[in-house]
Design a protein. Structure first.
Length: 258
C-alpha cells in the first residue's frame, strides 16, 4: 500500500496533468506533448491519463491521437461559483440595473446543457417573466448561454455542441448548429447577446459575461422584459449597460480587464 508521501505525490501529478491540459493553447495534447510539457516519461503519463479517462475527466480522440479535458471539470467549476457566493457579489449591481432600466435582471451559469438561474431581480412582477432560482433553460435559447459560449474558442464550442440537442422552445429558437455558431461569433464582436423570444414567447433578454480571475466566463447577467419594454430603449445602450455591470462584477471576482 502506498505511503502518505506517495499518495500526496500522486495527487499532485493528477493536478499537474489537468493544469497542463487546461493551459494548452489548442485544448488538447498528445501523449508525447504531455510528456514534454510535464517532463515525465511516457509510461507515467499514460498511467495517469488512463486514470483520468476512467473517471471521465479526460477524453481521448482516436482521430487526432490527443487528449482533452471533459466538461466534468466545468461542472466542478460551476459548483465552486455557487460557493464563492457570486449571487451576493452581483446583487447590488442587479438592483441598480433593474432600477435604471425598469427591467428584470437575471444571473445564470452553465450546468450541463442548461443555464441555471441562481439570482433574479423582478422589476415587473406582473409581466409573468419571473425565473425562480434553480430554473433551467437550454443554453442555445438563452442570451446568457449564448454570451458565455461566445467567449470560448471554436474547438471548445465544437466539443460542447458535439452531442448537443437543439430543442425548439419557440418559433424563434435557433435550432441549426451552424447558425448558432455563427451567432456566437457575432456576439463575441459586440460583447453582449440577445434572446429575442427564443426561450419564452414575448420575453426578450440582453446578456453579458461575468469572468473570473483567469478571464474565463463563469456566469452571465441579463436584462429582460417584453418585446415592447426592451424596444422602448436603445438595444446598444442596454448592451453597453449590461456589459459595464458584468465588468464590475468580474472585477469583484478578481478579473482584470487589462
Amino acid at each position: 500500500m502506498p505511503d502518505a508521501k506517495s499518495r500526496v505525490q500522486a495527487v499532485s501529478k493528477v493536478f499537474d496533468m489537468i493544469e497542463a491540459l487546461a493551459n494548452c493553447q489548442e485544448g488538447e495534447l498528445s501523449l508525447a506533448e504531455l510528456a514534454d510539457a510535464l517532463h515525465w516519461n511516457r509510461t507515467t503519463v499514460y498511467r495517469f491519463i488512463q486514470t483520468l479517462i476512467d473517471i471521465e475527466y479526460v477524453q481521448y480522440t482516436p482521430k487526432t491521437e490527443k487528449y482533452h479535458l471533459t466538461f466534468k471539470i466545468v461542472g466542478l467549476a460551476n459548483r465552486m461559483v455557487n460557493q464563492l457566493d457570486i449571487r451576493k457579489i452581483s446583487h447590488s449591481y442587479m438592483v441598480e440595473l433593474a432600477d435604471t432600466w425598469q427591467l428584470n435582471v437575471h444571473l445564470g451559469l452553465i450546468d450541463g446543457n442548461d443555464i441555471v438561474f441562481i439570482e433574479h431581480i423582478d422589476y415587473d412582477q406582473l409581466l409573468g417573466t419571473k425565473f425562480n432560482i434553480g430554473r433551467r433553460s437550454p443554453v442555445h435559447a438563452t442570451a446568457i448561454g449564448k454570451v458565455i459560449l461566445s467567449t470560448w474558442n471554436p474547438k471548445r464550442i465544437e466539443a460542447f455542441l458535439k452531442n448537443y440537442q437543439f430543442t425548439r422552445c419557440t418559433p424563434k429558437t435557433i435550432v441549426n448548429k451552424d447558425l448558432f455558431v455563427s451567432e456566437t461569433f457575432k456576439i463575441s464582436q459586440t460583447g453582449y447577446a440577445q434572446d429575442q423570444g427564443e426561450c419564452n414567447y414575448d420575453v426578450y433578454c440582453i446578456a453579458a459575461p461575468i469572468k473570473n480571475v483567469h478571464g474565463e466566463a463563469i456566469a452571465g447577467i441579463s436584462l429582460s422584459g417584453s418585446e415592447s419594454q426592451i424596444h422602448n430603449h436603445s438595444i446598444n445602450e442596454l448592451g453597453e449597460s449590461i456589459k459595464v455591470a458584468a465588468r464590475k462584477i468580474s472585477a469583484n471576482l478578481g478579473h482584470n480587464e487589462g
